[in-house]
Design a protein around this ligand. Structure first.
Ligand SMILES: Nc1nc2c(ncn2[C@@H]2O[C@H](COP(=O)(O)OP(=O)(O)OP(=O)(O)O)[C@@H](O)[C@H]2O)c(=O)[nH]1
Ligand SMILES: O=C([O-])CC(=O)C(=O)O
Ligand SMILES: [Mn+2]
Length: 612
């Protein structure tokens, strides 16, 4: 790291140590320093030495606790303020010039008004703190058009996490040269330190704003240190801002995993999958197939940027560099590859429990130890009331440590997608797997995707809501325009178009007694094998009102110890349940007003007719 300024004249000193000649960047850094008045400015180089300096400082401040290096090398335990544990959707804003561009799914404030409000919050907000300049790149730096960003933040926890989650530092700054365009991402925890005041382990502010200015490609985040609100390369840039770039430039920025699926015969298929937050993307991306001979390799677990190649195929890149995964439920039986990734160390665990011998623990990881320190920092025993770990506790770890990493991960061209899966968390109605009849029907399935809310966002858990393409909290513009953009992708593919087939999955259907009807996790390979068979034209399917499903016997259930009657229930298409679903879909579409593409209204009419 290089320190560019002294404590007293942070904003105005001659930039002798500023490691770039990028005038736009320098001017912005000085402008923000003048506004936020940090004690010093640090330009992050992404080096090993810088990581150690940051993490040592965070340990000294009490934000991080170093885990036992013999068990978890170079790894740390963090606890947040109990009010700062998840994305805050009601405090997230799309500040487009025209409110119609934000649409019915976003909070909107006029951009100048939002900037006025937030400028007053930012004024002096870094007093007593360091402002870090974090140059980062979403996707490979050697891409044809590398996607740069710079985050200015007063949180060293954010800097350390950004080093895991993005390509960042001196090499990125060098690649930016002196005039590359970049997304300006400003972040503050909103907790100035007056001289002599004591700091807290997790500074944050009750007032929170996660604001996006799509026209100027800017992000202003204030008051939260939690990942989804503060690691601005992730949801804010790679989904909300990038979805607007995609609209303008003809590509897609999606909340999708990307996997490489290889059959026992060696046939390779690339599959992307959109499931809402905490609905199984990371697990599917790292799956250990139970069906012999199949392999799954990981390209991405959360975000896919997809554009058509000259070959008419849809090519997907994972813009991220790390995994920011849900901890609870992750275990050697459910996701052994995540456990192996974490065992290599170099990770930050947030809001999980710590064992007395310097390791981490969370619900779902086998038998609980007799004593833990829980995510509040309190003593915890198996007799304690609540869980030891917050349901949205997370691990942050380098994706390059995954034993399942596909070699293609590093390829700036990405991988050509053969199938897109949409999926949600539904106790009823939605069958284990179904296939769309064509592209428009596939877009309809995505546009009407529904799921029960999870702990990944603040608010009530378990409420069914429409979550189009698993992007409800992340579409940076009008959802009706977004649907039209998806439909139009068919035209963008050109004459040689080879569109992915679309499937709809639900791992979470339950029996009357609340049990999961389908065992999930590695057993999902059986569903993937049927999907691969559909792509090859070898697997059978039967028409139902909602799409094509595997007939009895079409799923390979050999060696599965689930009751076949449960599998049948998981696959069932119940016309009554689906008829009950129709008013909700109609209501949802009505919120799009005249922006709803006519073909989607036609799809709904056709579904209604098939169910009549
Ligand atoms: N029953 C069941 N649970 C699953 C399955 N796959 C994942 N889960 C659980 O669902 C939760 C979320 O899974 P993840 O894979 O982390 O979800 P995600 O979509 O990557 O979540 P985000 O990182 O928030 O976007 C975890 O507790 C998993 O254990 C499955 O096939 N069946
Ligand atoms: O953004 C976050 O906090 C984590 C995440 O991946 C999601 O919620 O989809
Ligand atoms: Mn996610």
């Amino acid at each position: 790291m290089s320190i560019s300024t002294t404590p007293t004249d942070a904003a105005d000193r001659v930039p002798e140590h500023e490691p770039t000649a990028h005038r736009g960047l320098l001017a912005w850094v000085r402008e923000i320093a003048r506004l936020t008045t940090p004690d010093r400015i640090v330009w992050c180089d992404g080096s090993e030495a810088e990581w150690h300096e940051l993490t040592d400082g965070l340990v000294a401040a009490g934000t991080l606790v170093r885990l036992d290096p013999a068990k978890r090398p170079n790894s740390f335990w963090a606890r947040t303020d109990p009010t700062d544990v998840a994305r805050v959707e009601e405090r997230t804003f799309i500040c487009s010039a025209d409110p119609a561009d934000a649409g019915p799914t976003n909070n909107w404030v006029e951009p100048a008004e939002m900037k006025l409000t937030m400028t007053e919050l930012y004024r002096g907000c870094m007093t007593g703190r360091t402002m870090y300049v974090v140059p980062f790149c979403m996707g490979p730096v050697d891409a044809r058009a590398p996607m740069f960003g710079v985050e200015l933040t007063d949180s060293p926890y954010v800097v350390a996490s950004m080093r895991i989650m993005t390509r960042m530092g001196a090499s990125v700054l060098a690649a930016m040269g002196d005039d590359a365009p970049f997304v300006r991402a400003l972040h503050s925890v909103g907790a100035p330190l007056e001289p002599g005041a004591a700091d807290v382990a997790w500074p944050c502010n009750d007032t929170k704003f996660i604001s996006h200015f799509p026209e100027t490609r800017e992000i202003w985040s204030y008051g939260s240190g939690y990942g989804g609100n503060s690691l601005l390369g992730k949801k804010c840039y790679a989904l909300r801002i990038a979805s607007v770039m995609g609209r303008d430039e003809g590509w897609l920025a999606e909340h999708m995993l990307i996997m490489k699926l290889t059959s026992p015969q060696g046939v390779v298929r690339y599959v992307a999958g959109a499931f809402p937050s905490a609905c199984g993307k990371t697990n599917l991306a790292m799956l250990e197939p139970t069906l012999p001979g199949w392999t799954v390799e990981t390209v991405g677990d959360d975000i896919a940027w997809m554009r058509f190649g000259d070959d008419g195929r849809l090519w997907a890149v994972n813009p991220e560099y790390g995994l920011f995964g849900v901890a609870p439920g992750t275990d050697h039986r459910t996701n052994p590859n995540a456990m192996k990734t974490l065992a290599k160390g170099n990770s930050i665990f947030t809001n999980v429990a710590r064992t007395d011998d310097g390791d981490v623990w969370w619900e779902g990881m086998g038998e609980p130890p007799a004593h833990l320190t829980d995510w509040h920092g309190d003593d915890w025993t198996p007799d304690s009331d609540g869980p030891s770990s917050h349901p949205n506790s997370r691990f942050c770890t380098p994706i390059t440590q995954a034993p399942t990493l596909a070699a293609e991960y590093h390829d700036p061209r990405g991988v050509p997608i053969d199938a897109i899966l949409f999926g949600g968390r539904r106790r009823t109605t939605v069958p284990l797997v179904s296939e769309a009849r064509d592209w428009v029907h596939g877009v309809f399935l995505g546009a009407t995707l529904s799921s029960e809310t999870t702990a990944a966002a603040t608010g009530k858990v378990g409420v069914v809501r429409r979550d189009p393409m698993a992007m409800l909290p992340f579409i940076g513009y009008h959802a009706g325009d977004y649907f039209a953009h998806w439909i139009d992708m068919e035209k963008r593919a050109g004459d040689a178009a080879k569109l992915p087939k679309v499937f709809y999955v639900n791992w979470f259907r339950r029996g009357d007694d609340g049990r999961f009807l389908w065992p999930g996790f590695g057993e999902n390979s059986r569903v993937l094998a049927w999907i691969a068979g559909r792509l090859d034209g070898t697997a059978p399917a039967v028409e139902t009102p909602v799409g094509m499903v595997p007939p009895p016997g079409a799923l390979d259930l050999s060696g599965l110890d689930t009751d076949p009657a449960d599998v049948e229930l998981a696959l069932r298409v119940d016309a009554d349940e689906w008829r009950a679903e129709l008013p909700g879909i109609a209501e949802w579409f009505a919120t799009m007003g005249d922006k709803l593409p006519a073909v989607l209204a036609t799809e709904l009419d056709a579904l209604r007719a098939r169910l009549a």
